[in-house]
Design a binder for this molecule. Structure first.
Ligand SMILES: [Zn+2]
Length: 349
């Protein structure tokens, strides 16, 4: 059975056995709905009412209501969500994943102000459970919530820790202006990190062009509206920018009219480098294999083209994105946290 045969026969089970990447993965929103429904326990000890939570806003509201949770709770719930995400990657044949985690989440986990070690320790606890995955952690920066005064130094400390593979700017494209974030991209590019910006999902090709010029990003998340201007397509092609496209997400959010009309076809035909990703699996409920199947079934791309995208993505993610190797360090004082604060790290029993 080849990957192309598996697509042709609509065989999701067989697709799982082929290696893939997911470079567009929001770390805390990418476990399956089943994982969250079965296992999530709120601060009040009750299960999350997932059946009544339908949108991202409702989901986030739920967390807001868990006001001032203890650090133990934060460790537990972030661990649980991330664990479910990475388990799903293993289950669906993803070999390289790039989970983006909002810096504010890290801030909550920190023991003391600007102490990047706590976050690194925390992520390593999870990473150690998944030796079969190459995990490229991204520092997520949501545009609209960023406050230079309060967060600038903190994000810089995360970048300079050299633990993270990249940064990922997301949120409303007309939120805070690009100028606020230019320096983070410069710092990250200077030390060879992967740099990503969400663009061309909400705003047009002129905004994609502005992001390319302002940030010099190595990757663009979504980027669909670039096809509105051949000049910008040429710019992205020349720079070798990789576009991490999430088909179901863009259809579900109404960014794209229907799967059949998905701009990924035109992007591919224009010679842009593309990978396929899942965005927020918890909401869109379409795993990586289903993304490939949908594109095939709707006649957007041929099985040969889809296989080519799969293979070039693997090549890109294994060869071009640096996974920082930290010298082994002792996290003794953090290992004691579990003991001291009763952190249990959620495991399903
Ligand atoms: Zn995204």
């Amino acid at each position: 059975m080849t990957f192309e045969n598996a697509l042709e026969t609509n065989n999701n089970q067989a697709l799982k056995t082929f290696d893939k990447v997911d470079l567009h993965n929001h770390g805390l929103l990418s476990c399956t709905r089943k994982w969250a429904t079965d296992g999530f326990v709120g601060k009040d000890g009750k299960k999350m009412p997932f059946d009544s939570v339908k949108t991202i806003d409702e989901f986030l509201d739920y967390f807001k209501k868990q006001e001032k949770p203890s650090r133990k709770y934060l460790y537990d719930h972030n661990y649980f969500l991330l664990y479910g995400n990475l388990q799903n990657c293993v289950d669906t044949g993803i070999k390289v994943v790039s989970p983006s985690i909002p810096y504010r989440t890290f801030k909550e986990l920190f023991i003391s102000e600007n102490d990047a070690d706590t976050t690194i320790w925390f992520l390593q606890q999870i990473e150690n459970q998944f030796p079969q995955l190459k995990i490229l952690w991204d520092i997520g920066i949501p545009r609209e919530k960023y406050d230079k005064q309060k967060h600038g130094e903190f994000i810089t400390s995360l970048i300079q820790s050299k633990f993270f593979s990249g940064i990922d700017l997301y949120g409303a494209e007309n939120g805070n202006p690009n100028e606020l974030f230019v320096d983070f991209f410069k710092q990250s590019n200077d030390i060879g990190m992967s740099t990503k910006v969400h663009a061309g999902e909400q705003l047009g090709a002129d905004y994609v062009e502005k992001c390319i010029n302002d940030f010099n990003p190595k990757q663009i998340q979504h980027g669909y509206r670039i096809i509105e201007d051949e000049r910008v397509v040429e710019l992205a092609r020349q720079k070798g920018i990789v576009f991490n496209v999430c088909p179901t997400s863009s259809v579900r959010l109404g960014v794209v009219k229907s799967m059949k009309d998905h701009p990924i076809k035109k992007m591919y035909e224009s010679g842009l480098k593309i990978t396929i990703g899942t965005d927020d699996l918890l909401f869109f409920e379409s795993d990586i294999n289903n993304e490939y199947l949908e594109l095939y079934k709707n006649g957007v791309l041929s099985r040969k083209e889809l296989n080519q995208i799969r293979e070039s993505g693997l090549q890109f993610a294994t060869q071009k994105i640096k996974k920082t190797k930290l010298t082994p360090r002792s996290f003794k004082r953090f290992d004691e946290i579990q003991e001291e604060e009763g952190v249990r790290f959620y495991f399903k029993d």
